[in-house]
Ligand binder design. Structure first.
Ligand code: A3P
Length: 298
C-alpha cells in the first residue's frame, strides 16, 4: 500500500506497520505444528495461500465446497503483522485449529520471532523475479491508491531507482530472498524455498512438494482421483480471478480483492521496463547473489 516507508535494522517497512511488527515479534508464540507462509509482497503470496489452504484442508471440504470459492485467500489466511497484530497487540490465536497457517512479509533474519526459528514449525517461502515483482507492485499501488497516500503518484523511473536501492516494502529484495535461501540451505526440512516461475511451469510437481513438506503427502489413491489437478485448477489465476468474491469487496476496507489478481504471468515486466533497466537489475543480482547459487532469468 501507499504508506511511507521507514528503515529499521536494514529493511524498509511501511510506516503504519511499525507497532504491529514489534508486537508480533515480541508476543507471537509459534507452535510446532504451525505453517508460516513467507514472501515479499507481489511474489505469489495469494497463490501460495490458496494452495496451502487447499492442500491442508483437502479432507475437510470437497473441492466444490472449498471456502476459497467464497472468500479471498487473504481473508482465509491472515497475515501476522499486517492483520492479526495490527488489530490487537495480543490477538487470541489459540482457538485456530491445527495446523494453523499464517503469513508474513517479515525478513527471516532478526525479524521473525525466536519461536518461529527455534520451534519445529515450518516455513514456506515464495519469491519471484524482481522485475515482475516490481512491475506487479507498481500496479498494485496504483490500483489501491487512496487520497491519504503520501508517496503517490510515484513516477516509474523514480520508483525503479528506489527499488534498485532496496527502497520498497520489505526491501531490499536481495536480502529478503537471501535470508530465506540461506535458512533453506541450512535446514531444508524447516524452510521450503519456492519460485513463482517454477510453480507456473509445473504446478503439479509443486503441489506434491508442498504437501510432502507440510507432512501431508498425497496418497496414491488421491493422486489417482485427480485431486492434485483439482487443487491446481481451483487455485489457478484464472479461476480465482473470476470468482465473484474476488471481483468485488476488499481486505480490511483497504486493499481491493481484485487488485491481487492482475495478469498472473511471467515476464510482464517487458511491457513496462527497458532493456537498460533489466541490465541494471541483472547486475544487482549478479553481485548480491554471487556464490549463493540463486538467480532469476531476465
Ligand atoms: P501480477 O501483478 O504480475 O499479475 P501477491 O499475491 O504476493 O500479492 O502477488 C500478486 C501477484 O501474483 C500478481 O501478479 C497476481 O496477479 C499474481 N497472482 C495472484 N494469484 C495468482 C494465482 N492463483 N496464480 C498465479 N499468479 C497469481
Amino acid at each position: 500500500d501507499g504508506s511511507p516507508l521507514f528503515k529499521y535494522n536494514g529493511y524498509w517497512f511501511p510506516q503504519h506497520f511499525f507497532r504491529p511488527i514489534l508486537s508480533f515479534q515480541k508476543h507471537f508464540k509459534a507452535k510446532d505444528s504451525d505453517i508460516i507462509l513467507a514472501s515479499s509482497p507481489k511474489s505469489g503470496t495469494t497463490w501460495l495461500k490458496a494452495l496451502a489452504f487447499s492442500i491442508v484442508n483437502r479432507n475437510v471440504y470437497p473441492i466444490n465446497q472449498n471456502p476459497l470459492l467464497n472468500c479471498n485467500p487473504h481473508a482465509l489466511i491472515p497475515s501476522l503483522e499486517r492483520h492479526l497484530y495490527s488489530l490487537q497487540e495480543h490477538p487470541n490465536l489459540q482457538h485456530i485449529p491445527n495446523p494453523r497457517i499464517f503469513s508474513t512479509h517479515m525478513p527471516f533474519s532478526t525479524f521473525l520471532p525466536d519461536s518461529i526459528r527455534d520451534s519445529e514449525c515450518k516455513t514456506i517461502y515464495i519469491c519471484r523475479s524482481p522485475m515482475d515483482m516490481f512491475t506487479s507492485g507498481l500496479h498494485f499501488l496504483l490500483e489501491n491508491k487512496t487520497q491519504n497516500d503520501t508517496v503517490l503518484p510515484l513516477e516509474l523511473n523514480e520508483a525503479f531507482d528506489m527499488f534498485c536501492h532496496g527502497i520498497h516494502p520489505y526491501g531490499p529484495f536481495w536480502d529478503h530472498i537471501l535470508g530465506y535461501w540461506n535458512a533453506h540451505l541450512k535446514n531444508p526440512e524447516k524452510v521450503l524455498f519456492l519460485k513463482y516461475e517454477d510453480l507456473k511451469e509445473d504446478i503439479t510437481f509443486y503441489i506434491k512438494k508442498i504437501a510432502e513438506f507440510m507432512g501431508c503427502p498425497f496418497s496414491l489413491e488421491e493422486e489417482k482421483q485427480g485431486l492434485i489437478e483439482q487443487i491446481a485448477k481451483l487455485c489457478s489465476f484464472e479461476n480465482l480471478k473470476n470468482l465473484e468474491v474476488n471481483k468485488t469487496g476488499n481486505i480490511r476496507g483497504v486493499l481491493k480483492n481484485s487488485s491481487f489478481f492482475r495478469k498472473g504471468e511471467v515476464g510482464d515486466w517487458t511491457n513496462y521496463l527497458t532493456p537498460d533497466m533489466a541490465e541494471r537489475i541483472k547486475k544487482i543480482m549478479e553481485s548480491k547473489f554471487e556464490g549463493s547459487g540463486l538467480m532469476f532469468k531476465i
